[in-house]
Design a protein around this ligand. Structure first.
Ligand SMILES: *Cc1c(COP(=O)(O)O)cnc(C)c1O
Length: 425
């Protein structure tokens, strides 16, 4: 048997840090990553033959559980006809029809290959459409790793206008205005200080890359109103929340119509997909109709479209979101009860099939308050849960995801394991 330890040793020789995406390296929780050889339903099977109940769900996409038989069958059927054509294919049309039906603010849509591509392209489109350069983003919102957006993203703690990453020119970062979330005055001041210069605002309407934060009452409406007033584009990044919290995402729940929406994760059904769409007049600015260039060799790939279409259609089943909400409530209530009994400061925000655990009694409503969580304590909680068979996201600042496959024994067992772990912390 090739163990995780063997694989990680080999990987570290050839892959920077041994991983193809940094958070997989477990640096913020300690220990070294395990390798997974298969996944089914709510569980992962590691290279070491351990079974883990998984609340990462491939970082969001696996809302129907891992290796869902309906999605697998859709991929198998598409595979028989070929893997990529480099021409338009019928799946792309069906996907566009589904997306515009699920998310009514999307009148036209373009497929791409990741969430990062979606947000990067949406930003370029907003800039091209408005002939303006500046973008507002919020500290703690993560929009992928493109240059304009890798500033105060996730748990990054750098100062205004400085990139989170080496290699992002300061001149690019200066075109991104980073503001605190839930702070109306900051947005008003930014518009006043940059008249006619702000192309748009991009945000996660429920920020979920610093745990899980809810907008204050009326805040999203305020952003809708101020962008409209200044001729700026409002971009909802629903790469994570799209299809997870409702068929139509947070915009359906909050009844807000953004100008552009970015999507990813669930729409790929586990294969690499992103999409961005919105107002037809804006989308028609894209090549070949318009002057904003955006392209992709594998965009609209038939296997990825088939998987995504199957995943979306499964969400049409009656009661899916109620079932997911029930699971979310079960687990967050169990966590709160255990943390209260243990006398630990905590907040366990939950909405639908997403929740997170902050070890703090500071009300979390933006990045600095999220950073009051006790990350060392989270690390201990994470490692103890993993040892007992529950895999949580390996960071104090990530949301946990539940799938329909967790229903029944998996969720009950996970609640037992996590509450016992808290008791013994
Ligand atoms: C995951 C995520 C992205 C980036 O998507 P990738 O497919 O990892 O490039 C962008 N925005 C949000 C809100 C995300 O959660």
């Amino acid at each position: 048997m090739t163990t995780s330890e063997d694989l990680f040793a080999r990987a570290q020789q050839l892959i920077p840090g041994g991983v193809n995406s940094p958070v997989r390296a477990f640096r913020s929780v300690g220990g070294s990553p395990f390798f997974v050889k298969s996944a089914r339903g709510a569980t992962l099977t590691t290279a070491d033959d351990r079974e883990l109940i998984d609340f990462v769900c491939t970082w969001g996409p696996a809302i129907h559980g891992h290796n869902n038989p309906v999605i697998r069958e859709a991929i198998r059927k598409a595979l028989d006809d070929g893997t990529s054509f480099g021409t338009p294919n019928p799946y792309e049309v069906e996907m566009a029809e589904l997306l515009t039906e699920f998310v009514p603010s999307i009148k036209k849509v373009r497929m791409c290959n990741s969430g990062t591509e979606a947000t990067m392209s949406a930003i370029r489109l907003a800039r091209g459409f408005t002939s303006r350069d500046k973008i507002i983003k919020f500290a703690g919102c993560y929009h992928g790793h493109s240059d304009s957006l890798l500033i105060k993203a996730g748990s990054g703690a750098l100062t205004h206008g400085h990139p989170d990453s080496a290699g992002v020119p300061a001149a690019f970062a200066q075109e991104t205005i980073v503001l605190p979330f839930n702070d109306r005055a900051a947005v008003e001041d930014a518009f006043a200080a940059n008249p006619g210069a702000i192309a748009g605002i991009i945000l996660e309407p429920y920020p979920a890359n610093v745990g899980l934060i809810r907008p204050d009452e009326g805040y999203l409406n305020f952003l809708r109103e101020i962008t409209a007033r200044h001729g700026s584009i409002l971009i909802f990044d629903e790469v994570m929340t799209g299809f997870r919290l409702a068929r139509g995402g947070v915009q359906e729940i909050e009844k807000i119509t953004p100008d552009l929406t970015t999507l990813g994760k669930i729409i790929g059904g586990g294969l690499p997909v992103g999409a961005f769409g919105g107002r037809a007049d804006i989308m028609d600015y894209l090549a070949p109709e318009g002057p904003v260039y955006q392209a992709g060799t594998l965009s609209g790939n038939p296997l990825a479209m088939a998987a995504g279409i199957a995943a979306l259609k499964l969400l049409n089943e009656a009661g899916v979101y109620d079932r997911l909400e029930g699971l979310g409530q079960q687990i967050s209530a169990a966590m709160r009860a255990a943390l209260t009994a243990k006398g630990l400061a905590h907040q366990v925000p939950q909405t639908g099939s997403m929740w997170c655990t902050y070890f703090t009694d500071t009300l979390v409503r933006d990045l600095p308050s999220a950073q009051t969580t006790d990350a060392d304590l989270f690390g201990r909680f994470f490692r103890d849960c993993l040892a007992a068979g529950v895999y949580l996201p390996p960071s104090a600042y990530e949301a946990c995801f539940i799938s329909t496959a967790h229903e029944g024994s998996a969720i009950d067992r996970a609640c037992d394991i996590m509450t016992t772990t808290i008791k013994n912390l």
